[in-house]
Design a binder for this molecule. Structure first.
Ligand code: NAD
Length: 492
C-alpha cells in the first residue's frame, strides 16, 4: 500500500513539472486560437497538438464553467471552484502549446496576423505586438448587450465573468449592511433591499432564484431587522420569462417565482437607468403604456449578447460579412464566410443556433476532428507524393515502394471525410430557486419537460458531471455541502 501511495504521489509530482516549451517547428502550420471559453477549450481538449504549432491567446488565463456562475454571486459556490487554469489544461497535451494572456484588438485577414495587447495591471516593456497565423480560430465570445440604454454600463452589474459575480456578491452585502445602518430611513431601507434583475432569459431567472435562496436561507436569519424589506424584481420585455423553454415550464417557473415572492414584470421594457432607479415602460392588457420607476439597491443586467469590437472590425474587413448582424457568419464547416483559413466557434459565430455553451462545445469538438483529419490527410498525401517521386530514382526497389504507396493509399481511404457540423441538442436546464429546476430534455428523439425537486437533483448531477476536471467537481461538491451545513459566507 505504501508503495502504491508513493507511486501515485510521484506521478502527481512528475505531472506538475511540464515539458519545456519547444520552439515552433517551421515545417508545421501555425494554428492560432483566440479565446479560452467553451468553444476554444473544447477544441484544445481534443486537438492533436503535435500536428501544428498551436498558440492560444486570451485575456483570461482560465476556463470558466459558466453554468454555475449565478451560484457564485451568493457564495453558494466559491468562484475558484469553477475556474480551471489554461496552463493546467495545456500541460496535458502531447506537444507543447504556447499561451499569451492578451486581448486581440484586430485581425488582418489579408496579412494573416492578429494584433494583440496586454491589458493586465502589470505591464512589461512589450505591451502590443502581432502574431502571424496560417490558420485562425476565433472563439472570443460576445459582450453584454445594453442596446445603448442610458446608464446601464455605469450603474448595473453584468453576469458574464468571474469579476461580475464577485462584484454582485459584494454589492448584495453592501446593500444589506447599509440598510441595517443606524437610523436608516424606511424608504432608503426599501430601496437598498430591492434587488432588480433585467432580462428574463435563463441568466436572469437563475440569478433571481439564487438571490431569493440566499435571502431565505441566510440573510433572513442573520440580519432579521431588515428581513421583511427584502424584494427581488425581475423585469422582462416579452410577455413571459424563459422564452426558449416550453409553455408548461414557463408557467411552472412563473408560479414558483410567485411562491418565492419574486415579482415578475413582463411586457415591461427598461428605458433608462440612474444610480438609484430604473425607469421602464409597461404595456397594459388594453395596450396602453405606463411608466414605472423601480428604486433599487442592486441592479443586474442580463439582456443577452452583443458583438465584440474585434469581431465587428473583422466583419467590416470581409465584404461577405456585410449583412451579418449578430456575429461572424460561418458555413457548415464553421469557416468564416468570405475569408480564407479562418474558422469561428461559440457566441461570436453565427451558425444558426442559440448562443449556448452546449453549441460552442460541440463546435469546438467538431473543429478538433476536422483539424486532426486535415493533418493526417496532408501527412499521408505528402508521403505518397514523396514515394511516387522516388519510384524512378530507385528502380531496384519498385515493388517495395509500390507496396508502401498502396498501404498509405489504403490508410488515406480509411480516413473518412468529416461530415458538415450538425448540432445535436441535449436539452436545456435552469435552476429557479428553492431547490427546484426546469428541464427541457431530448429523450429518445422526443422532448421531455420536467420540473421540480427531482429535476433539481438531475440539474445538480448533470452540472457536476459536466465540470471541467475532477478537481472542479470535488470543489463544487464541497461548496454545496459547506453552504448547506454552515450557511453562506456573509462577509463582504
Ligand atoms: P437571453 O437573450 O436569453 O435573454 C435576455 C432577455 O432580456 C430577453 O428575453 C429579452 O426580451 C430581455 N430584454 C432585452 N432588453 C430588455 C429591456 N430593455 N428590458 C427588459 N427586458 C429586456 O439572455 P441570457 O439569459 O443572458 O442568455 C444568453 C444565452 O445563453 C441564451 O442563448 C441562453 O439560452 C443561454 N443560457 C442558457 C442557460 C441555461 O440553459 N441554463 C443559462 C444561461 C444562458
Amino acid at each position: 500500500a505504501i508503495a502504491g501511495v508513493a507511486y501515485i504521489g510521484y506521478g502527481i509530482y512528475e505531472d506538475r513539472h511540464p515539458e519545456p516549451q519547444t520552439e515552433p517547428d517551421p515545417t508545421k502550420k501555425t494554428l492560432v486560437i483566440l479565446g479560452t471559453g467553451w468553444g476554444s477549450v473544447s477544441l484544445l481538449k481534443r486537438l492533436d497538438t503535435e500536428n501544428y504549432n498551436v498558440i492560444v491567446i486570451s485575456p483570461r488565463n482560465y476556463f470558466l464553467f459558466t453554468p454555475l456562475l449565478p451560484s457564485c454571486t451568493t457564495g453558494t459556490i466559491e468562484h475558484r471552484s469553477i475556474m480551471e487554469p489554461i496552463r493546467t489544461i495545456l500541460r496535458s497535451k502531447k506537444a507543447s502549446v504556447r499561451f499569451y494572456e492578451a486581448e486581440a484588438s484586430s485581425i488582418d485577414p489579408d496579412r494573416k496576423v492578429v494584433r494583440i495587447f496586454d491589458n493586465s495591471e502589470v505591464k512589461g516593456d512589450m505591451t502590443e505586438t502581432e502574431v502571424p497565423y496560417d490558420m485562425l480560430v476565433v472563439g472570443v465570445g460576445a459582450e453584454n448587450a445594453t442596446f445603448g440604454i442610458p446608464g446601464v454600463r455605469e450603474h448595473s452589474c453584468f453576469l458574464k465573468e468571474i469579476g461580475d459575480a464577485q462584484r454582485i456578491r459584494k454589492r448584495i452585502m453592501d446593500c444589506v449592511e447599509t440598510a441595517a445602518f443606524k437610523d436608516q430611513s424606511p424608504e432608503e431601507i426599501d430601496r437598498l433591499m430591492h434587488m432588480v434583475v433585467v432580462g428574463g432569459g435563463p441568466t436572469g431567472v437563475e440569478f433571481a432564484g439564487e438571490l431569493q435562496d440566499f435571502f431565505e436561507e441566510d440573510i433572513k436569519k442573520l440580519v432579521p431587522e431588515i428581513s421583511d424589506r427584502f424584494r427581488v424584481t425581475l423585469i422582462e420585455a416579452l410577455p413571459n420569462v424563459l422564452p426558449s423553454f416550453s409553455k408548461q415550464l414557463i408557467e411552472y417557473t412563473e408560479s414558483t417565482f410567485k411562491e418565492e415572492k419574486i415579482n415578475i414584470h413582463t411586457k415591461t421594457m427598461v428605458k433608462k437607468v440612474t444610480d438609484k432607479q430604473v425607469e421602464a415602460v409597461a404595456t397594459r392588457p388594453d395596450g396602453s403604456k405606463e411608466t414605472i420607476v423601480f428604486p433599487y439597491g442592486l441592479l443586474v443586467w442580463a439582456t443577452g449578447n452583443a458583438v465584440r469590437p474585434v469581431v465587428q472590425d473583422l466583419m467590416q474587413r470581409i465584404p461577405a460579412q456585410k449583412n451579418s448582424r449578430r456575429g461572424l457568419a460561418v458555413n457548415e464547416y464553421l469557416v468564416v464566410q468570405g475569408a480564407r483559413d479562418i474558422w469561428a466557434v461559440g457566441d461570436c459565430a453565427v451558425a444558426g443556433y442559440a448562443p449556448t455553451a452546449q453549441v460552442a462545445s460541440q463546435e469546438g469538438n467538431f473543429l478538433a476532428r476536422l483539424f486532426n483529419n486535415m493533418a493526417r490527410t496532408e501527412a499521408l498525401e505528402g508521403k505518397i507524393a514523396e514515394l511516387s517521386g522516388s519510384l524512378n530514382l530507385q528502380p531496384g526497389n519498385t515493388a517495395e515502394i509500390s507496396r508502401e504507396i498502396e498501404e498509405y493509399e489504403r490508410q488515406l481511404r480509411r480516413i473518412k471525410d468529416v461530415k458538415p457540423f450538425h448540432y445535436s441538442h441535449q436539452g436545456s436546464l435552469a435552476y429557479i430557486g428553492s431547490e427546484k429546476a426546469v428541464a427541457d430534455v431530448t429523450w429518445f428523439n422526443g422532448n421531455v419537460a420536467a420540473a421540480g425537486g427531482l429535476t433539481y437533483l438531475f440539474w445538480r448531477s448533470a452540472y457536476i458531471s459536466m465540470c471541467f476536471s475532477t478537481r472542479n467537481r470535488l470543489l463544487v461538491i464541497n461548496d454545496w455541502l459547506k453552504s448547506k451545513l454552515f450557511g453562506r459566507d456573509l462577509s463582504r
